[in-house]
Design a binder for this molecule. Structure first.
Ligand code: ZN
Length: 157
């Protein structure tokens, strides 16, 4: 995706990057022309310099179906449905999904989805290289000494 086509504001700090995309219902304003023409889908890897995952924020309008099945070569995928409802196809099974449904799909899983409802469907997709996670969750965190203090916040971006 060419970032200049994305009107979202991005900020990079020493050890962080952030973007403000707006509310879920505003996702549909974002358009992508490469590698495929798409609307309402924002990939975060390039925007935020992610190094171990690709994440996309997705709007899928009412009445729309994925026009093809796909699987992956290296990355497992996690679909987190945050609003709306629809159907997920995986390995021949049709599964109803809705807000709160989370689907992990391994490399060989043949997948597609559709929004056969009357409302918008919103979801997050995380891609990460399969079988590579060696340290995660609380075990990967390291406590830093010192009291946590707060002050009034700066503008996010
Ligand atoms: Zn995929």
């Amino acid at each position: 995706m060419k970032m200049n086509e994305l009107k979202a504001k991005v900020r990079h700090g020493g050890n962080f990057s952030m973007v403000q995309l707006g509310a879920w219902k505003e996702l549909k304003q974002y358009k992508m022309t490469k590698p495929v023409k798409s609307r309402g889908k924002v990939f975060l890897k390039e925007l935020l310099n992610l190094t171990s995952m690709e994440v996309s924020m997705n709007w899928f309008p009412a009445g729309v179906s994925m026009p093809f099945y796909h699987k992956h070569q290296e990355n497992e995928e996690l679909y987190i449905f945050v609003k709306g409802k629809g159907q997920f196809f995986i390995d021949g099974e049709h599964i109803d999904i809705k807000e709160g449904s989370i689907v992990r799909v391994g490399l060989e899983g043949v997948r597609a989805w559709r929004n056969h409802s009357q409302e918008d469907l919103y979801f997050i997709v995380i891609q990460a290289k399969s079988e590579t996670l060696s340290s995660c969750g609380i075990k990967d965190g390291v406590p830093i000494e010192g009291e946590v203090t707060w002050q009034s916040g700066n503008e996010l971006i």
